[in-house]
Design a protein around this ligand. Structure first.
Ligand code: DOR
Ligand code: ZN
Length: 364
């Protein structure tokens, strides 16, 4: 990583092309799909393609088709080398054979979403002790593939503030039966969970979003566009997540970029859709955040190295350059045909911009 500075202030950064280990593109023919692929592929050499689409990605055939759709959209946007990272969405009916086929089709892991925890999760897991579910985890363990957990209990009588920490016993129980199963706690948000991951051995990691590094519960109550699951927590949690992102080798980037059209976010009934549309601003926001806390030299590890290392894949070859150039994030992004979407940091001035002289993912 090269940081160019003048009079003690950085003005240009060059670093290894980054990875985004948690992201939602939505599906082909959805107005959110192509713009989201373009934003993500312009910043990342590889990004995860979460499969909570409609219908969800639950078979090897769907994985192959979904990857093709994303690659086509990325190529159309000018990023032919962009690599989608595919996962299999687990349902109560997923069998070990389906898991094996998905891995053979190139899925790198299993996504475990509790049923009805958030957007399009009705097909999710209900019983973590079910034999079929445990048999699927056994396949993942034997193939050294990770289980990627949306780690929240879903009981509506439990406050959103407590839902992640109450998932710790479920993870502990799974770890007891499968100590060698790689587990990633997705979009980590709670200080107790941060401690759990830090105290665990090298089989356990976590992804960190930009918003869980700075948004607290009160912010989300004032701006519906900051509402997501897991719901933003308290300052002590945000500080724990941020500290882990800055310092710990098993915490790496996964934005949980989750586009929702404006009316579904701004409605009152049913309650607003959960998810933050970070795609247009991700690298700018991260540079700014790491710079603010004087951790800029840690950004490349967080974005481009730790995730690849934990997942056991090669690091990217391309490079990305950002320069200091203030710009104002639009209040609303027009996706065409009257479809509007409100991005993270809407109306804010950001100080860093992606240099358009380099294209990501091109071999150096
Ligand atoms: O807030 C969220 N939105 N959390 C998730 O886990 C899913 C995501 C979505 O797909 O919109
Ligand atoms: Zn997600």
């Amino acid at each position: 990583m090269k940081i160019f500075a003048e009079y003690g202030e950085a003005y240009r950064i060059e670093m290894l092309a980054p990875d985004n280990w948690h992201n939602h593109f939505r599906q082909k023919d959805d107005p959110r799909f192509r713009p989201t692929v373009a934003y993500i592929a312009s910043q990342f050499a590889r990004a995860n393609a979460m499969g909570n689409t409609v219908p969800p990605i639950t078979t090897a055939e769907q994985i192959v088709q979904y990857r093709r759709d994303i690659e086509e959209a990325a190529t159309e946007a000018g990023f032919p080398n962009f690599e989608p990272l595919m996962v299999l969405m687990m349902t109560p009916d997923t069998t070990p054979e389906m898991v094996t086929s998905a891995f053979n089709a190139g899925a790198y892991g299993l996504k475990i979403m509790p049923a009805n925890v958030t957007t399009h999760s009705s097909h999710g897991i209900v019983d973590y002790k079910a034999k079929l579910f445990r048999d699927c985890l056994r396949v993942a363990r034997s193939q050294r593939k990770p289980a990627l957990f949306h780690a929240e209990v879903v009981d509506p009588s439990i406050s959103v503030q407590d839902r992640e920490q109450l998932f710790i016993p479920i993870l502990s129980d799974i770890r007891e039966e499968f100590p060698n199963l790689p587990i990633c706690v997705e979009h980590i948000s709670d200080a107790d969970m941060v401690q759990f991951v830090m105290n665990a051995d090298s089989y356990v990691s976590a992804t960190v979003t930009p918003h869980h590094m700075e948004v607290v519960e009160a912010d989300a109550q004032h701006d519906v566009h900051l509402q997501c699951m897991p719901y933003p927590k308290q300052m002590k949690d945000v500080e724990a997540v941020r500290f882990a992102a800055f310092t710990h080798p098993r915490f790496f980037y996964g934005s949980d970029n989750a586009p929702h059209l404006r009316p579904t976010k701004e409605r009152e009934h049913p309650s607003p859709a959960s998810g933050v549309f970070t795609a247009p601003v991700e690298l700018s926001v991260l540079v700014e955040l790491f710079e603010r806390y004087r951790q800029l030299e840690k950004l490349e590890a967080f974005l481009s190295e730790r995730g690849a290392r934990w997942h056991g894949v090669r690091q990217n070859k391309g490079e990305v350059t950002l320069h200091r150039e203030p710009w104002v994030v639009p209040d609303v992004i027009d996706l065409g045909d009257g479809n509007e979407i409100v991005p993270y940091k809407h109306g804010h001035t950001l100080n860093w911009r992606l240099a358009d002289c380099l294209r990501l993912g091109q071999p150096t």
